[in-house]
Each structure stands twice: as C-alpha cells, then as structure tokens.
Design a protein around this ligand. Structure first.
Ligand code: MN
Length: 193
C-alpha cells in the first residue's frame, strides 16, 4: 500500500484534494469504511474506494455500482488514495489530474465475506467477496479481476450477489445526490467554479 502514485499525479498547490499523511493501518477487526465518489472528469465514473491496509483502495466504475445482480459493471483499478480522501467533495481545477467535479455519492462500512481470511491477499489473487452497508448500497458484492494482474489499468467486474438486498433495474443515475451535502455534481461545478 503506497501513496506514491497518488502523489506523483497531483500538484497539491493546485488541487483541493488532500495530500494525505502516512498510510495508517487501522486497528480492530476486518473491513472498514468505504466511499463511492461520483466524478465527472473527462468521462463520468464512480470511484469505489475501500479502506484497507491504511489507504483507500479503489476502482473507477464508468456506469456506477448497481444493486441488480444481472449487471456486471466494469471496474478499472486505480491508484491507492489517502484515508483523508474519504469525504472529499469539490472541484478539481482544469489542467489538473482528474479535472472535474466530485461528490460523495455514497458512504458507509464494508466487511469482507466470512469466507475471506485476508482481504489484501484476496485482492492480490483477483477476487474479493464483501458486504456493503451504506446509504445507497447494501448487501453482498464481488470484485473479480478479468485482465492479467499488474499494469496500470487492470480490469475488474463489480457484481452484486443475488440475495435479499438485490434490486432489479437499480440504476445509479437515478440516485444522483451527495450523501454528505445533498448537492449534485452540477451544484459543485457551479458553486466552486
Ligand atoms: Mn476518479
């Protein structure tokens, strides 16, 4: 777990994003916080980030997570982010990495599935089963790597597992507001820009 790539990509005198402190593995049980940020950059995507090993590990999901188990959502692995990114909402200025507006689209707690002994090892092996308990997202999910490991744009799928929390045809686009402030991406773009 390292923030080197995160920091290499950004100029902290030009972006409101946090530089972050040293990664701090949390004490206590498995799992931790999660956040999903709706990010209108060059293309709209939803950044799904799980607290793990003292950082936020993340995937950019172009169509967003779904509660419909029939939807297998492409998820591009992205660089680790600092824990301080958890509640980041704001406008990344033009010409900066990731330029565009960001809202805290969902947040809550995640837990590895009881079958998972070591979540970091599971991610290295290319499959993590976990639960989300958030404001918009609930229930069992799996992240499965579909491209070879390594490389800068590993491809994964994010899939809701079939069970009682599943909702057919559930679409992220119908739930656009921030759970932190109630703002939309347009609000953030207008207010901060
Ligand atoms: Mn992003």
């Amino acid at each position: 777990m390292s923030l080197d790539r995160y920091r290499e990509k950004r100029r902290f005198d030009a972006t409101p994003e946090p530089r972050g402190r040293r990664p701090r593995p949390k004490a206590g049980g498995p799992g931790g916080r999660y956040v999903v940020q709706r990010h209108r950059a060059t293309a709209l995507h939803y950044d799904v980030r799980l607290e793990l090993g003292g950082v936020l590990v993340g995937w950019a999901v172009p169509k967003g997570p779904s509660l419909d188990p029939a939807e297998k959502r492409l998820a591009i692995h992205v660089e680790d982010h600092p824990l301080e990114y958890f509640d980041f909402e704001g406008l990344i200025p033009r010409a900066q990495y990731g330029a565009g507006d960001v809202i805290v689209w969902d947040w809550g707690r995640w837990l590895p599935d009881p079958s998972v002994d070591d979540a970091e090892a599971a991610l290295h092996a290319g499959e993590l089963k976990f639960r989300l308990e958030g404001e918009k997202l609930h229930g069992a999910f799996v992240l499965v790597r579909t491209s070879g490991p390594g490389g800068r744009r590993e491809q994964w799928l994010l899939i809701h597992q079939r069970h009682e929390d599943a909702v057919e045809d559930w679409d992220a686009a119908e739930h656009p507001a921030s759970v932190k402030t109630g703002r939309t991406n347009d609000d953030v773009a207008g207010q901060d820009g």
